[in-house]
Ligand binder design. Structure first.
Ligand code: APR
Length: 243
């Protein structure tokens, strides 16, 4: 049966997990400053030095396991529990949306808590104890790798994500520099008359014109907006929060 409730589509980036203690990527002290992309997050890096790549993701996985959902993740989950129709599309490979209670989450860039075969992306495995090690293999005898999308790889769920955005009644973007394609181009798939709002403490030049900005950290901006929606029982953009 068709779901005719107003549809909130939320597109999140690493900024929503920053207040949970997970590093973002492109800040001066971000993950890519410490670990260059070409050394840990490309198919070439994997071919050159798989042990280094595995170590990088095993460390990140520990960071994710220690983290807890913050007020932004929780507010979105609470909205869904209240009966709102909420679809989350995340660039994040952590599971903080799910741990907060959101049930409708699409991971564009994969999930760090899953392992998969190197030769067949459909062959997924529970994570070996202690993370993935060299020598952990799939049923076809190939090395396991993290189930994440590296630079230079295609984004398998992108088409599905575009279809979800095309059905939005309001698009909420949280904590992303919108620097990475094709993910950032998702915003262009929203119908023209659909309001879009970006919550991010930095004012980014990359957000397309027409996107309303709330320059606040996610842990403050998201719960504030959600409170308005829950109070009124509808999706709208209160003028007092904008600007
Ligand atoms: N609340 C909201 N946003 C925040 C917060 C916060 N507390 N702290 C930082 N941010 C914002 C930053 O201002 C920045 O705009 O989060 C954004 C993080 O941007 P990036 O580091 O570029 O990360 P992201 O946009 O998630 O990267 C996209 O790139 O490297 C790849 O695959 C990786 O999924 C990732 C993709």
């Amino acid at each position: 049966m068709a779901d005719d409730r107003p549809h909130l589509v939320v597109f999140t980036g690493s900024g929503i997990s920053a207040e949970s203690g997970i590093q973002t990527f492109r800040a001066g002290d971000g993950l890519w400053a410490e670990h260059p992309i070409e050394e840990v997050a490309t198919p070439q890096a994997w071919r050159r030095d798989p042990a280094r790549v595995l170590q990088f993701y095993n460390l990140r996985r520990e960071q994710v396991r220690r983290a807890r959902p913050n007020a932004a993740h929780k507010a979105l989950a609470a909205l869904e529990k209240r009966g709102f129709r909420v679809s989350i599309i995340t660039q994040n490979i952590d599971d903080l949306h799910e741990r907060a209670g959101s049930r409708n989450v699409l991971h564009l860039h994969g999930e760090i808590l899953k392992a998969r075969s190197t030769v067949d992306a459909r062959m997924q495995y529970p994570l070996p104890r202690g993370g993935i090690a060299l020598g952990d293999i799939c049923d076809k005898g190939s090395q396991l790798r993290p189930d994440v999308v590296w630079f230079g790889e295609s984004v398998p769920h992108f088409g599905e994500a575009c279809d979800i955005v095309a059905e939005a009644d309001l698009l909420l973007v949280v904590g992303t520099s919108l620097a990475v394609m094709p993910a950032a181009s998702l915003l262009e798939h929203a119908p023209l008359d659909v309001p879009s709002v970006l919550i991010d403490p930095e004012a980014h030049a990359l957000a397309p014109p027409g996107v309303t900005r709330i320059c606040q950290p996610a842990g403050k901006g998201v719960p504030a907006l959600v409170r308005h929606w829950r109070r009124e029982g509808r999706l709208w953009l209160p003028q007092t929060l904008l600007g």
